[in-house]
Design a protein around this ligand. Sequence first.
Ligand SMILES: Cc1cc2nc3c(=O)[nH]c(=O)nc-3n(C[C@H](O)[C@H](O)[C@H](O)COP(=O)(O)O)c2cc1C
Length: 154
Amino acid sequence: MKKINQINFKKTLSKFVTGITVVCVKKNEIIYGKTVNSFNSLSLNPPMVLFSLGNYSSSINTYLKSEYLSVNILSNKQKKISEHFSKKNPSNNDVDFFYSKHDTPLIKSCVANLECKLIEKIKRGDHIIFICRVINIKKHDRVKPLTYFNSKYY
Ligand SMILES: Cc1cc2nc3c(=O)[nH]c(=O)nc-3n(C[C@H](O)[C@H](O)[C@H](O)COP(=O)(O)O)c2cc1C
């Protein structure tokens, strides 16, 4: 065993395979999206999911104040979308959205889309855990997911 530091902690966690999501919100007619792999299921009844965002993020206040948001689980054809939404202040020019009845922006052609209501925010360390109730869902059975392992897409 090695004594932990920030570099070896990050590298060790990169050995955990995840899917890739983009979490989207709309505020003042502007769509915000962020690539997130800290997404996970939380509860079946009631249906809840969670993810965490760095408290240092440039758009953290927009996410903290949002009532509805979408979690878009990307397909293996959407690597560019993941790269796009991991930039600071990305524009949305090349991304196709559709909208729910709450006007939540959702990304087209994903493996799955969740429309969520933000119900709780918990500050821990340098991240904030967002707990969300899932209210509407969509899935595509024939589409394969984008995965992330060892800081690379597969
Ligand atoms: C594969 C991948 C997964 C990521 N997962 C998260 C995450 O779970 N939480 C988070 O806050 N940022 C995550 N990021 C970083 C954000 O996507 C983004 O790069 C960062 O928030 C941009 O800085 P800003 O928020 O200050 O604009 C991830 C980035 C990548 C490439």
